[in-house]
Design a binder for this molecule. Structure first.
Ligand code: FES
Ligand code: FES
Length: 162
């Protein structure tokens, strides 16, 4: 039995320690927003956050998540940065087929948490492991920049109120 904290709720899972988190999320917790692409940490479709760090759920065992907070795309709107990223994605119509986009949103959110004002190079480096077969890369880059300004303006409004 393994206890996992997923999106703010702790639950016990009767799974082997070495089971990839992706299967616990999709097959047991029924959180199917996180996608399976390559299964080998090569495409980024399965990106989730473990304590705010982006990780590939297809190759990360559940044992690595014990005592940490798992966040999936289903919960990212509750994060100020994640919500700005989702808004920018919608505003700019980033998704095409959509398959890679949950992973893209999670990777972009993790980037903006550590680098609030990323350069093109920062974006390329952080997002290079997230593959999009539809080639939405220019819109992804634009959306990350829009989200960065969205977070900044939300923070300055907050500062003005306090
Ligand atoms: S499915 Fe995990 S990186 Fe491709
Ligand atoms: S939107 Fe189709 S794979 Fe990225």
């Amino acid at each position: 039995m393994v206890t996992l904290e997923i999106n703010g709720t702790s639950k016990q899972f009767d799974v082997p320690n070495e089971m990839p988190i992706l299967w616990a999320l999709r097959d047991i917790a029924q959180l199917t927003g996180t996608k399976f692409g390559c299964g080998m940490a090569l495409c980024g479709a399965c990106t989730i956050h473990l304590d705010n760090e982006p990780v590939r759920a297809c190759v990360t065992p559940v044992s690595a998540a014990v005592g940490k907070k798992i966040t999936t795309v289903e919960h990212i709107e509750h994060d100020a940065v994640g919500s700005a990223v989702q808004k920018a994605w919608l505003d700019l119509g980033v998704a095409q087929c959509g398959y890679c986009q949950a992973g893209q949103v999670m990777a972009a959110t993790a980037l903006l948490k550590t680098t609030p004002n990323p350069s093109d190079e920062d974006i390329d480096e952080a997002m290079s492991g997230n593959i999009c077969r539809c080639g939405t890369y220019p819109r992804i880059r634009a959306a990350i920049k829009q989200a960065a300004s969205g977070v900044k303006s939300a923070e300055s409004k907050q500062g003005a109120k306090s």
